[in-house]
Ligand binder design. Structure first.
Ligand SMILES: Cc1ncc(COP(=O)(O)O)c(C=O)c1O
Length: 463
């Protein structure tokens, strides 16, 4: 018989075979919450305790709230698993990993039409947030340097963007002491108004932020028009104001689905772009990219050179150590899919998003706000008089496992609440069909009326 008191390490192989994970003491003890336990538990028990608890989380496959990738193929997961122990910053020790990072920077730089030079200028980051911080810091530094060189005051810098910016822009403004001038959206315009940009810029504007697409509704800021406005400003006032494009989600979709849309380095004022590899770059969380148009856009004093890892290494990141798996997984995806693969996957997601839009548009209880014209992002609101709110609908469909957030639009449109569905590659037409039926069922039950079934299709229909 197995003694309950004997530590697992002293058990014979036979005894270990017989010891039950779920029958062990680890499962009848309280879980440590505040202090590190004095004694450990067997590996299998620790694994089970944690994974069982995590079953209470939502199901990533039904998480339509996140922009972030929730599925990768087994070979990609194998690559990720086999490279977890490599620190990306250790490029002296892992030179080939460094070479691969440069290759991805080059590929994205070409994808975004940077002038062809000796190589792309940019870096891997943890996500778009770090990339945006680094880009805006570069613009601030460059602006300050130029002002001081001309003997002008370099205080009170500002950034112009729409009120639909992601919170990271506000974080940057507060952390790095820059005024963020957010131009209001209004009516049915959910993007930056180029004319308002022209009025808002001044000699202290370090850059204009353009979003592709908006976290709130998926709409694209009109980058080409903003670029034209800034050319006019340069002619009239002599101010050279760059654009930073926040392509967190669109940067990995538009080049494949709408290659002729001009929003990137083809426009002269676009000097930097961020994109999340872990969104439509189709990699698990932990990878973003920052690209500069050319070397002069990244002030050299921001690049640090360290030699305590062996050879000299140049870094422009906020964090020093970080995993290399997701960066390598990005390279895997670029090789694996190629341009045609990305195009096909995103075209399918967009077609499924449009299918949802069409289903919702047929239902008078809903109004589509973001119709997935460019990106596979659908936003809709609940029509007045339906007897339920967007957040009630969000909670109701959560009962089926769907995670679809309801939130209010930015301050100028705060009275409007929307629900957002981010369609990703693992959301099939079949899933879209089921979701429409579930929304119909949830709305019917919330309004206390008989189920209409008027737009329910196929075998999943409520009957
Ligand atoms: C427009 C936009 N910018 C920035 C971010 C932040 O990106 P990340 O989560 O990669 O840091 C997001 C995230 O959703 C976003 O939608």
């Amino acid at each position: 018989m197995l003694s309950k008191k004997r530590p697992i390490a002293t058990l014979s192989p036979e005894e270990r075979l017989l010891s039950l994970t779920y029958g062990s003491r680890s499962f009848s003890r309280e879980i440590p919450r505040f202090e590190i336990p004095m004694e450990g538990v067997p590996a299998e028990a620790a694994y089970r305790l944690i994974t069982d608890e995590l079953n209470l989380d939502g199901n990533p496959a039904l998480n339509l709230a996140t922009f972030v990738t929730t599925w990768m193929e087994p070979e990609a997961e194998r690559l990720i698993g086999s490279t977890l122990n490599k620190n990306l910053v250790d490029q002296e020790e892992y030179p080939q990993t460094g070479v691969i990072q440069e290759r991805v920077v080059n590929m994205l730089s070409r994808l975004f039409h940077a002038p062809k030079g000796e190589g792309g200028i940019g870096t891997a980051t943890v996500g778009s947030s770090e990339a945006i911080m680094l880009a805006l810091l570069a613009h601030k530094t460059r602006w300050k340097k130029e002002r001081l060189a001309r003997g002008l005051p370099a205080d009170r810098p500002n950034i112009i963007a729409s009120s639909g910016v992601h919170v990271v822009w506000e974080k940057f403004a507060r952390y790095f002491e820059v005024e963020l001038r957010l131009l209001p959206m209004g009516g049915e315009r959910f993007t930056l108004d180029p004319e308002a940009v022209e009025k808002a810029v001044d000699e202290r504007t370090i850059c204009v932020g353009a979003i592709l697409g908006s976290t709130y509704t998926g709409h694209l800021d009109p980058v080409e028009e903003i670029d034209r406005v800034l050319s006019r400003v340069r002619e009239k006032k002599g101010w050279e104001i760059p654009i930073h494009v926040d392509g967190a989600s669109g940067g990995f979709v538009l080049p494949f689905l709408e290659p002729d849309l001009r929003w990137d380095f083809r426009l002269p004022h676009v000097r930097s772009i961020n994109v999340s590899g872990h969104k439509y770059g189709l990699v698990y969380p932990g990878i973003g990219w920052l690209l500069f148009r050319e070397e002069g856009d990244l002030p050299e004093e921001l690049v640090f050179r360290v030699n305590y890892l062996g050879g000299e290494e140049a870094t422009y990141t906020l964090n020093f150590s970080r995993g290399s798996s997701m960066m390598l997984a990005q390279y895997y995806m670029l090789l694996r899919l190629g341009v045609e693969g990305y195009r096909r996957i995103h075209a399918t997601s967009k077609a499924n998003a449009r299918f949802l839009v069409e289903g919702l548009a047929l239902d008078p209880r809903f109004r589509v706000v973001g119709p997935a014209d460019h990106l596979p992002i659908v936003t809709f609101e609940v029509a007045s008089g339906t007897g339920f709110s967007a957040s009630e609908l969000s909670e109701k469909i959560r009962e089926r496992g769907w995670i679809i957030p309801a939130y209010t639009l930015p301050p100028d449109l705060i009275e409007r609440s929307v629900l957002r569905v981010v369609v990703k590659e693992n959301f099939s037409r079949d899933m879209a069909d089921i979701l429409l039926a579930d929304i119909d069922r949830a709305a019917g039950s919330l309004s206390g009326r008989a189920l209409t079934g008027h737009r329910v299709r196929g075998r999943h229909g409520v009957c």
